[in-house]
Unconditional design. Structure first.
Length: 345
């Protein structure tokens, strides 16, 4: 298990990435942004407290489902903040990052399990056997995976493009269950602490719901809150790599191309930056994982110009087009599972 999500790329002297890295450093874009993160932490914490205060004040009323929707968005922002902390974008010291990350991730996520998974994703994005984010769990990401699929992936795969967004409503529950299941892995660092935090969160969260709300209303709040939280998270991460080229076997180009050619940026404005947590600059984030997210917009100008010089394809689309490309890719991947199309593939 890795201690942190910061990925250390190859830095071969004179490599394409080394030259880009120097340009980025010369612009001062790797410098930390303590004031930005202090404001962001205070803002997110304030929204978190405000949400639960509203929950208590509204009480046993169906209007609390609106609070559930609000808290889903707040939980998404907490998760994005935990992502930045885990990447060492906020604190220089490892211990400070780990402690703060565990606090931020204590919204039902298994921090250590997620770190390991996310680190492996960064090292080999969109590699069929090395990237855990495209393992055939419920969905299949390539036609080869579709041909060998069994059980639920085989059943769901034929219509997965249509089911993708509805299935995202289960993503928060999936994160909770995966975090708990990971506790059985004895190699997980700080396993007892992680287990205690997960159990404490679930206990306090469920106790609050069933003490304040009648059972039926509490279950409805749980479904809306967790469903929209999962939908938000999935919608943030889906545009980043889904629908981009999938590599297999020994297809492992140099670090710069491995990151750029499998990532997609989403164009937008300051509001897009907030909603997507800076992950709309996915190419820059993958090249420089520890770069503070507010610096990514400036880094994009440097990276895109450099890719043009090298002749390396650099993809940036609108958010809507990114979803269209991801869904189209999912539909094509599931083609072997649709009888009418299987013989033509």
């Amino acid at each position: 298990m890795t201690a942190e999500v910061s990925v250390l790329p190859e830095r071969t002297t004179g490599s394409d990435f080394a030259r880009l890295s120097k340009r980025i450093a010369d612009h001062g874009l790797m410098a930390r942004r303590p004031r930005y993160y202090a404001i962001r932490i205070v803002a997110v914490s304030t929204l978190y407290v405000a949400g639960w205060t509203a929950f208590a004040l509204v009480g046993a009323s169906w209007w609390n489902l609106a609070v559930a929707a609000f808290l889903a968005a707040v939980f998404g922002q907490v998760a994005l903040l935990a992502h930045d902390i885990a990447h060492r974008q906020v604190f220089r010291l490892r211990k400070a990052s780990e402690r703060s990350g565990r606090i931020a991730a204590n919204i039902g996520m298994g921090y250590g399990w997620w770190q390991d998974k996310h680190t492996r994703h960064h090292a080999n994005p969109n590699h069929e056997t090395l990237d855990p984010d495209i393992e055939p769990d419920l969905l299949v990401w390539s036609q080869d995976q579709a041909r060998s699929a069994k059980g639920l992936p085989r059943l769901i795969g034929r219509s997965q493009a249509y089911l993708f967004f509805p299935l995202l409503t289960l993503e928060a529950f999936n994160l909770h269950v995966s975090g708990l299941r990971a506790l059985a892995d004895r190699s997980l660092k700080h396993r007892m602490l992680e287990g205690a935090l997960l159990i404490a969160h679930c206990t306090v969260y469920l106790s609050a719901l069933f003490l304040v709300l009648p059972p039926g209303m509490a279950i409805a709040f749980l479904a809306v809150h967790q469903g929209l939280f999962g939908l938000y998270l999935g919608s943030v991460f889906a545009p980043n790599h889904k629908g981009m080229p999938i590599r297999t076997g020994n297809d492992r180009p140099d670090f710069l191309r491995r990151q750029v050619l499998t990532s997609r940026n989403v164009r937008g404005n300051w509001f897009t930056d907030i909603v997507l947590g800076g992950l709309n600059y996915q190419i820059e984030h993958h090249l420089f994982p520890s770069m503070p997210s507010p610096n990514l917009r400036k880094a994009q100008l440097v990276v895109r110009r450099y890719c043009e010089e090298l002749g390396v394809a650099y993809l940036e689309t609108s958010l809507l087009v990114s979803y269209q490309q991801a869904l189209r890719s999912l539909h094509q991947a599931g083609a072997p599972l649709r009888p009418a199309e299987a013989h033509t593939v």
